[in-house]
Design a protein around this ligand. Structure first.
Ligand SMILES: [Cu+2]
Length: 515
């Protein structure tokens, strides 16, 4: 752990590669010259333990910086291409364990023994317009040998649990090892798609072209997306409020829902449909890995602000295969780190203050207003909240951090066919509204009887904006507007894709303030 921290600190002060190499070489040469200079002792010791020289740390870069060196992009393409070509290898070989299909299966798969069940059942459940997105997929079975290996590593993605961030950190680490081995380039590190930057919300062009300039198929391309020019909504990818969350138990699930789940469903073509919108096959789209590298980077940003991982999560063993196709088992605490992200400070659009980590459940919460059992019907619904409670908490709630909108026990009987933007708005003449969140349904599944999602969004700034110069707390509504995830979509335009039988219900809508 200590070495990791030191290495990252070096990176923070010496981001340019040459300077970094220079600093590292100084560190190494100091270590080498320090040994002979040590005072001779009268009693010679049998062996001297010399600390290993610091490992050079390579960067996981923003994609737009990564591509500035065409060699890096070529290495990524080569790795993906080699891994994809191994998907047809005999399934008992090390090559198959280093294949694209095998790595996607670690996240999830379809097949007789899969959590997701059979591919055909999912196709049968899908509306006609979504069936083509299953093209090219197949049911998988566990390779018979090495005995038990695949059962240890397949179908293991953690969604909807507190292990979401820790498991995926290890998952992309060993994926990166496989990329490096496949490209024959140990300097290759996963770039990340930083859609939190409003200038980078569009699917990177390098993933959108079916063929390479020479005419060969582009390994980064896949036809099974909402579109090849899909643009995330910059409102939905703003992580400023997310980064304020001071406890892991509220940060992790919120990050998982948004931007993580939101981006899955928007690249989609929708949830739960392949590739990105469907957990069992999401890892089949090359953009999945750059998306998850970004989620892991946001996690790192939050750790740098003061966030901490609960001790109980640090020692859970997870199994993967390494770059040679050999089983490896590690925990969050024992994961070796030979990379760093290029940007892990000032990750929000506005400066985010450092915080003291908090343990969820120990903070006193005051309810300001609540509505029980609200049905989201059609493309627009609004839940009028009772007048915000008078009392000492209210003015404080609207001016300091810690006012939250909690949407708990969100349930649904089937996929809604849309996502929902959530706004806080004033009522009466000249209503004003503020965007606060997007609800999406990644991981809810094809046979969802019960979604059991919940959201907890910091709305301090939104409420302040609605309050304006008024001394009074405004009366507010919570509005739900259907969206396909992209910016500026008219909810009414989504009537044709809306599933009227989705039965989407929010068990409780509550505005609350933490003291
Ligand atoms: Cu994901």
């Amino acid at each position: 752990m200590k070495r990791r921290t030191t290495a990252r600190r070096i990176v923070r002060f010496a981001v340019p590669g040459i300077l970094l190499a220079f600093v590292t070489s100084i560190a190494v040469s100091k270590a080498q010259t320090a040994a002979p200079a040590a005072k001779p002792t009268k009693k010679p010791v049998a062996s001297v333990t010399v600390a290993p020289p610091p490992q050079p740390v390579a960067l996981r870069m923003k994609f737009q910086d990564f591509v500035k060196d065409p060699k890096r992009l070529d290495a990524l393409k080569k790795a993906v291409s080699v891994m994809k070509s191994r998907s047809t290898a005999v399934n008992t070989t090390a090559d198959y364990r280093r294949s694209w299909e095998y790595w996607s299966a670690m996240h999830g798969f379809y097949g007789p023994k899969a959590k997701a069940g059979l591919l055909q059942d999912a196709i049968d459940d899908a509306p006609a317009s979504k069936k083509k997105f299953f093209n090219g997929l197949r049911d998988l079975t566990y390779p018979p040998t090495p005995v038990g290996l695949a059962a240890k590593v397949w179908d293991k993605c953690q969604h909807g649990t507190l292990q979401f961030l820790t498991w995926h950190r290890l998952f992309i680490y060993y994926f990166e090892k496989t990329l490096q081995a496949s490209a024959g380039d140990p300097s290759l590190h996963l770039p990340y798609w930083d859609y939190t930057d409003p200038a980078q919300v569009q699917l990177p062009a390098q993933f959108a072209q079916p063929t390479l300039p020479g005419g060969a198929p582009n390994p980064l391309y896949d036809v099974r997306r909402r579109s090849q020019t899909v643009k995330l909504d910059p409102n939905a990818t703003n992580i400023d409020n997310l980064l304020k969350k001071a406890s892991y138990n509220s940060f992790g699930p919120e990050l998982e829902q948004q931007p993580h789940g939101y981006a899955h469903c928007t690249v989609g073509p929708d949830c739960p449909y392949p590739l990105m919108g469907d957990v069992p096959v999401a890892g089949t789209d090359p953009i999945f890995w750059l998306h998850h590298a970004n989620i892991d980077r946001i996690f790192e940003c939050w750790l740098k602000l003061g966030g901490t991982v609960p001790a109980s999560l640090k020692t859970i063993p997870y199994s993967f295969v390494d770059g040679t196709g050999t089983l490896v088992t590690k925990t969050y605490a024992t994961l070796p780190t030979d990379y760093a992200y290029d940007h892990v400070t000032n990750c929000g659009r506005k400066a985010t203050p450092k915080f003291t980590p908090k343990v969820e459940g120990l903070e006193a919460v005051t309810s300001l207003a609540q509505v029980q059992s609200f049905q989201i019907n059609g493309v627009r619904s609004a839940a009028k909240l009772p007048k915000l409670k008078a009392g000492s908490a209210t003015p404080e709630a609207l001016t300091t951090s810690g006012t939250e909108l909690v949407l708990s026990d969100i349930t649904l009987a089937g996929p809604p066919g849309v996502l929902y933007n959530v706004y806080l708005s004033t009522t009466g003449p000249n209503p004003r509204k503020q965007y606060v969140a997007t609800i999406s349904f990644f991981g809810v599944g094809h046979h969802a009887k019960h979604g059991a999602l919940s959201r907890n969004v910091d709305v301090t700034e939104a409420l302040n904006a609605l309050k304006g110069t008024s001394a009074q707390a405004p009366e507010v509504e919570v509005e739900f507007e259907a969206t396909d995830g992209t910016e500026g979509v008219k909810p009414e335009s989504l009537e044709p894709v809306l599933n009227k039988k989705a039965g989407l219900k929010v068990g409780k809508i509550q505005l609350q303030v933490k003291k």
